[in-house]
Write a protein that binds this ligand. Structure first.
Ligand code: SF4
Ligand code: SF4
Ligand code: FES
Length: 514
């Protein structure tokens, strides 16, 4: 393993490691535009120039491999002069858009100008080369050609990751511009990733732009719940509103990317139909109720026996566990269900046909995802049915069967068709409103964290089910989703040895059924 010295600090790295990677390992940031760890090396922006002893010229850190005994300086006078010169060059024709640019706050031109440049422009404004502004190039992406620093990240993403090649460079010299290839639109299932990797405000997201300044937004680590892949992501939110999802790096799951459908699924989490309080049916209509009275009524009914419980693969591991506990307490029959729209889009990259985040988790707890829901509904002794995140009326056209159920309890986030048949509706939170875990298609258990609070009187699912367990007279009390997961791990072999700390931000594989 070669040992390199960077800014006076030594580190041994694997053969073939680049200077930019070695510096990163030492916590030293080498400024860069074109280099991205998920793409091939282009080496075209020159922002990463560093001084290397015994080399006559400055070298680009992104494409120079470490050799044993190499001595690198990332803050020497020569390096600083080069950084200033590169920034001046990149800014020659850059528009003065910062006050109105939606990239402000996460723009590498702004940041590096402040960190490495800070000189006045020598180019008078009228001399700048003008290019096309605000050009929609696809359903999610808008292009400002003047702001582009020609780093080619977007071009490489579309060539190397999606293999769709919608974007390329045209013209020559300072008239070079990024544009759509003839006859193409940027309309592939992963198109918005180019916005994330564009280091400047040349590519912005049509859905997000001008809706919030990023410095006002908070971020929470989460996992996409829109399919079984479980792409790692961050939820950007402010004052109870979610503004965007962005992918979070996880080499074992999604690398640096997420699909457009998953990215846009934040909207469905805060739709118009959210349930805001428990509802109990009177003679005809629903009447709002307190949690205490609604849970009291449900617990009294469950104690009478003849209970069936259906839990869908939309439910996190913690909720599945609590429903199993409730089922055991009242000797209920349990069935799992993992429903996806017929013909749902999938590919051989990230997107799975299974649109549920926890089908594997359901199975690992012994509930077959294609469980015997029909038999359970048809059972002659069924007196009370509990549907947990399971819209059977829509999914299976089960309205007639639900009509015959003597007493129906629905736990869900939104008022859906199934609720029409319910006696009691309990409002629970989405995964963006709770702690919890999903087990993805490959058996990887991954944590999500609360970004926003459930609306109105809705409660996180684990909390609502824990309260129902208590109303049934069970002595156990859970003070958080973590405690529920700990109880699951203690009892269910595939989760043995796992806990929230052990899962960390990248998740861990479950042991699989034994
Ligand atoms: S649009 Fe952005 S990512 Fe694409 S080449 Fe220009 S600066 Fe780079
Ligand atoms: S591939 Fe699946 S998990 Fe990943 S972002 Fe898309 S919908 Fe979400
Ligand atoms: S990051 Fe090295 S040349 Fe662009």
């Amino acid at each position: 393993m070669p040992t390199v010295e960077i800014d006076g600090r030594r580190i041994a790295v694997e053969d073939g490691t680049t200077v930019i990677r070695a510096a990163e390992r030492l916590g030293i940031e080498v400024p860069h535009y074109c280099w991205h760890p998920g793409l091939s090396i282009a080496g075209n922006c020159r922002m990463c120039l560093v001084e290397i002893e015994k080399m006559p010229k400055l070298q680009i850190a992104c494409n120079t491999r470490v050799t044993d005994g190499m001595v690198v300086h990332t803050t020497s006078e020569k390096t600083k002069t080069a950084q200033k010169a590169v920034l001046e060059f990149l800014l020659i024709n850059h528009p003065i858009d910062c006050p109105v640019c939606d990239q402000a706050g996460e723009c590498k031109l702004q940041e590096y100008y402040m960190d490495y440049d800070r000189q006045r422009s020598r180019v008078p404004l009228p001399a700048k080369v003008r290019k096309r502004k605000a050009k929609p190039i696809g359903p999610l992406v808008i292009l400002d050609q003047e702001r582009c620093v020609l780093c080619s990240r977007c071009v490489r993403f579309l060539d190397e990751v999606t293999h769709t090649s919608e974007l390329a460079f045209y013209q020559r010299g300072d008239h070079v511009e990024l544009d759509l290839a003839p006859g193409k639109r940027l309309d592939n299932p992963y198109s918005a990733n180019v916005v994330d990797i564009c280091p400047v405000g040349a590519l912005t997201n049509r859905d997000f732009r001008f809706r919030a300044r990023v410095w006002y937004l908070e971020r929470s680590e989460s996992v996409c719940g829109a399919c079984a892949n479980g792409c790692n992501m961050e939820i950007y939110h402010r004052e109870g509103t979610i503004y965007r999802f962005q992918p979070r790096e996880n080499d074992a799951v999604n690398q640096y990317w997420m699909c457009d459908a998953g990215r846009m699924s934040y909207r469905a989490l805060q739709g118009e139909g959210r349930l805001l309080q428990p509802l109990v049916r009177g003679a005809e209509e629903f009447a709002p109720a307190t949690w205490e009275s609604a849970l009291g009524a449900v617990a009294a009914r469950l104690r009478e026996g003849g209970v069936g419980i259906v839990v869908s693969a939309q439910a996190p591991n913690e909720e599945v566990y609590l429903l199993r506990r409730i089922g055991a307490a009242v000797s209920a029959r349990l069935a799992g269900i993992s429903w996806s729209p017929p013909g749902a889009f999938h590919d051989d990259f990230l997107v799975k046909a299974d649109k549920n985040p926890n089908t594997q988790g359901l199975g690992l707890q012994g509930l077959a995802p294609d469980g015997a829901v029909d038999q359970l509904l048809a059972a002659a002794d069924l007196r009370t049915l509990v549907l947990h995140r399971a819209d059977l009326a829509t999914w299976q056209g089960a309205g007639a069967a639900l009509e015959r159920v003597p007493y129906l309890v629905v736990l869900d986030t939104d008022l859906r068709e199934t609720a029409e048949y319910a006696n009691v509706v309990l409002p629970i939170g989405t995964y963006a409103e709770s702690d919890g875990t999903f087990t993805n298609h490959a058996g990887r258990v991954q944590r999500f964290r609360p970004a926003v609070k459930p609306p109105g009187a809705a409660r996180p699912g684990w909390e609502a089910l824990g309260a129902l367990l208590a109303a049934l007279g069970e002595r156990i009390r859970f003070d958080g989703a973590e405690a529920v997961f700990a109880a699951l791990a203690a009892e269910c072999p595939p989760f043995d040895g796992l806990g929230y700390d052990a899962l960390g931000s990248q998740g861990r594989p479950a042991a699989g059924p034994r």
